[in-house]
Design a protein around this ligand. Structure first.
Ligand SMILES: Cc1cc2nc3c(=O)[nH]c(=O)nc-3n(C[C@H](O)[C@H](O)[C@H](O)COP(=O)(O)OP(=O)(O)OC[C@H]3O[C@@H](n4cnc5c(N)ncnc54)[C@H](O)[C@@H]3O)c2cc1C
Length: 439
């Protein structure tokens, strides 16, 4: 049996204060890269995975329209490039009184322990453990639907999708994919699957061929993409119709069974594959940190992103429940918000560590852009409220990619980030050449 040991003792007088960042996703990795190399703070990043994958592209990996192996970045390599320390391990709890993070043992693929449970001491802890799609208690979701939370989920979906498409090609009966939830994930995944279908057409992707894939988007609300304005929704509906994606609203799914999704009124839809993409709650491990959670499992924070339960702990991104001044609802769980919060903490944590006061975080909503693969990109970008602009075409595509470019620059630095962007643009795995195997 393995026993816990400490990998780092609490900092002594004269040591640099240690900041331990939990979660190296969209927000946590940007923060570690921006704080790394500072002379006045020691930075430790913790993640259960050895590699970083930018979550907003998960649907593209799932659909096979890009290769995740090209997009994955090793945390160990990034740590040496950006001068922080990386500790792999799953966070199991915090000892708030002793200021220690508890990590589970690391096991290899055969279940053998390669590193025992550990504890890491901190002066300041930053929680960026993200969120997951809940099953909302609907029978059959856990067993028969896939939720796109991790790279493993995307890999699992892609393997099943490829198998369903091969069967459809053989039998000439279209494979049926049902996606529950018409937010950005569901809508964009549907469009990318339509693009992937072309890779299975006889004689290649050119020309009109009989459909091999039926795609149905089911939404519980009366309109698709709850939260977007009517003009943007109309544009999205037009493009989804052009892609022959069925959108059905006001559907209260009551069960997912093998081969079928049914609703509370007794209607059912055939389904070879089901993706559950309805809603987001805080990652399950947040409940074990002793910091309290809201009704969606996220940790409440004040306007400086400090946990309301412990002044030594900050929380941001999908893990945090942050209400902007005057607003009843917390900020949306987006990479856009996580990235802005990472930059804010990169500026304020060194000030906090000196014991000085900081200004509150202010969210700047830059709008919402949806990429529908072959059907183009549409969105609305913000100019501080009144003059928001509905955009499409090349401009919208450039704006869509801007968030990712910014992430690559922040994580890799200007030079390496630019090289990664160039490699991404000429990647042979881009486009409808479906990647069938591996990660
Ligand atoms: C398909 C899809 C498309 C999206 N598109 C967009 C978009 O276009 N624009 C946008 O702004 N947002 C988009 N989002 C939302 C965006 O991805 C998230 O809001 C963002 O990634 C949140 O960042 P985060 O750092 O809080 O968490 P995450 O990026 O989820 O990172 C959490 C990290 O914590 C690690 N972790 C979790 N639990 C543990 C544990 N117990 N121990 C150790 N490590 C752990 C994970 O491995 C991960 O690295 C999309 C999301 C999805 C799924």
């Amino acid at each position: 049996m393995s026993t816990s040991h400490a990998v780092a003792t609490p900092s002594q007088p004269g040591d640099r204060p240690r900041v331990v960042i939990l979660g190296g996703g969209s927000g946590g990795l940007e923060l570690a890269a921006q704080l790394g190399g500072r002379g006045d703070l020691e930075i430790v990043l913790v993640d259960r995975e050895p590699t970083h994958l930018w979550k907003p592209r998960l649907h593209e990996f799932a659909a096979g329209t890009i290769s995740s192996s090209l997009a994955e970045l090793s945390f160990y390599l990034l740590a040496s490039l950006r001068s922080f320390r990386f500790e792999q391990g799953s966070v199991t709890g915090l000892d708030l009184a002793a200021r220690r993070v508890r990590l589970d043992a690391i096991r290899d693929r055969d279940g053998r322990v390669v590193a025992p449970p550990r504890e890491i001491a901190y002066d300041w802890c930053v929680v960026a453990l993200g969120g997951v799609v809940p099953d909302a208690g609907t029978p059959g979701v856990a067993e028969h639907a896939i939720r796109l939370d991790t790279k493993d989920d995307a890999d699992r979906f892609r393997a099943r999708f490829a198998a369903a498409m091969i069967a459809a090609r053989e039998t000439r009966r279209p494979a049926e994919v049902v996606i529950v939830g018409s937010g950005a994930t569901g809508t964009e995944l549907a469009a990318h699957l339509r693009r992937s279908e072309r890779a299975f057409f006889d004689g290649g992707e050119n020309g009109r061929q009989p459909r091999l894939l039926g795609i149905t988007l089911l939404e519980g609300a009366p309109e698709i993409m709850p939260g977007v304005d009517a003009d943007l929704r109309a544009k999205l509906l037009e493009r989804l119709a052009a892609l022959e994606i069925d959108t059905i609203t006001s559907v209260e799914v009551s069960q997912v069974a093998p081969g079928e999704v049914s609703d509370a009124r007794g209607k059912s839809w055939p389904a070879d594959l089901v993706v559950w993409a309805a809603g987001l709650v805080g990652a399950p491990s947040l409940a074990d940190l002793g910091l309290g959670t809201d009704e969606k499992g996220r940790i409440p924070v004040d306007t400086t992103l400090r946990s309301q339960a412990d002044e030594r702990v900050f929380v941001f991104g999908d893990a945090a429940s942050l209400k902007a001044p005057g607003s009843e609802r917390p900020l949306p769980p987006t990479a856009q918000a996580a990235s802005q919060q990472a930059s804010y903490l990169a500026e304020t944590l060194p000030i906090v560590a000196k014991g000085d006061p900081v200004e509150p975080f202010r969210y700047d909503d830059k709008g919402r852009i949806v990429s529908l693969a072959a059907a183009g990109t549409v969105g609305r970008i913000g100019f501080g409220g009144h003059d928001d602009l509905l955009i499409h075409g090349q401009f919208a595509t450039a704006a869509y990619h801007a968030l990712q470019r910014q992430h690559q620059w922040r994580v890799l630095g200007l030079l390496r980030g630019s090289v990664a962007i160039a490699a991404d643009m000429i990647s042979p795995a881009k486009g409808p050449a479906l990647k069938l195997h591996g990660g």
